[in-house]
Design a protein around this ligand. Structure first.
Ligand code: NAD
Length: 353
């Protein structure tokens, strides 16, 4: 079902295509948003979430797909930006039939959009999607299968934290650095593991208390306040759960000197990056620091055979994080602004080729 009402949505920014999917048999309700195909087919994961209402699901799809355009551009990939959200009803849970119906919807787009895992979706789900379409990555089997992108995403976030520490504290060493990790899921757990091996002191929280307890036990982490985690007394605040944590209300309460984490769409509004900058807090743009996973996914989509390709792209990504922080310091503007300008420039140039 196509619906053009989305154009009036405040988060709509010239998205190329937004498809609303409803499948009666499985009960699937989904939005697939394609923001841009200027650099190549749109790529971005599929999120399964219980939204309060459809408007919130559409908002998430519009914001996340636009973020993917910037992420893929700044990561140096020949891919555009897209994202899918599957909206669960109050009593619904994710089913195989839903994933199959979602796969058919992706197939109908004929390769304009490639899907993969995001929050609430695992490799087994993507294998099901693969039975309906070849426009899917993050698979466990196949010549170019890249598997779960979370470990490399965590590695990118880890390196991004080191880059930021190097600029702000004068050393990339994390020994004794107090890092507050919010959300100990796939990425958060791998990140905690890397950070604790580097001597960081961890403070953790998760809406799922068991995950938090496991991190306390495994990494000697301290449990933090759930409601006011952003205000934790620490050096680095790493949001690794959901977006929208950096707001007009939360920013003035942040005690960390650095905000650097995996979550997509951490800023409620773009202007919130300027508020962080004005308070002397270094914010590593989310779409830059969390791009490790999409490199993995891109290698699968583009069927890259060169075994050194991924390492090269990863090294360039880490280098770009340093470049963005340096340029922001030179121009006395927020790193987010620098990163957005850089991504837009890459897209403009890509369009001209
Ligand atoms: P996940 O679902 O495995 O983990 C999310 C964790 O956050 C869960 O443990 C959940 O219980 C917890 N959580 C949810 N709401 C919370 C809250 N209010 N406070 C504290 N904890 C809360 O997801 P993931 O794959 O680890 O991804 C985490 C974030 O990173 C997401 O925003 C995702 O979009 C982003 N991201 C992930 C990848 C990847 O490769 N997986 C890549 C780029 C960006």
């Amino acid at each position: 079902m196509m619906n053009s009402g989305y154009r009036a949505h405040p988060e709509y920014r010239d998205h190329e295509k937004v498809v609303f999917v409803e499948d009666e048999g499985s009960g699937l309700r989904a939005v697939i948003a394609i923001h841009s195909t200027a650099l190549g087919p749109a790529a971005g994961g599929c999120r399964v979430w219980r939204y309060e209402n459809e408007e919130n699901g559409l908002r998430d799809a519009l914001r996340l797909s636009r973020g993917m355009t910037y992420k893929n551009a700044i990561a140096g990939l020949d891919l555009g930006g897209g994202k899918a959200v599957i909206m669960l009803g109050e009593r619904q849970t994710k089913t195989d039939a839903m994933m199959l119906a979602f796969g058919r919807a992706v197939e109908e787009l004929g390769g304009q959009y490639y899907t993969a895992e995001d929050v609430g979706v695992n490799i087994a789900d993507m294998q099901l999607v693969y039975t309906q379409t070849r426009f899917v990555a993050g698979l466990s089997q196949g010549q170019y299968a890249s598997g779960d992108p979370s470990p490399i995403t965590a590695r990118g976030v880890f390196e991004g934290i080191r880059v930021a520490c190097s600029k702000v504290f004068g050393t990339p060493s994390l020994d004794g650095v107090r890092i507050a990790v919010q959300g100990i899921g796939n990425v958060g757990w791998s990140l905690c593991s890397l950070l604790s091996q580097s001597g960081a002191e961890l403070i953790v929280t998760d809406v799922d208390a068991k995950r938090c307890d496991r991190a306390v036990e495994a990494f000697g982490a301290k449990p933090g306040s759930f409601e006011r985690f952003h205000a934790t007394d620490c050096d680095v605040y790493a949001p690794c759960a959901l977006g929208g944590v950096l707001t007009r209300l939360s920013i003035p309460q942040i005690k960390a000197k650095i905000v650097a984490g995996a979550a997509n769409n951490q800023l409620e509004r773009e202007a919130d990056a300027d508020a962080l900058h004005a308070l002397g807090i270094t914010y590593m743009p989310d779409f830059l620091i969390n791009a490790g996973g999409i490199l993995n996914v891109a290698a699968e989509i583009r069927q890259v055979g060169d075994p050194h390709w991924l390492d090269g792209k990863f090294a360039s990504l880490v280098h770009r994080m340093g470049f963005v922080l340096d340029a922001a310091a030179d121009q006395n503007i927020s790193p987010n602004r620098v990163a957005l300008d850089l991504a837009e420039e890459i897209i403009r140039r890509g369009r001209q080729i």
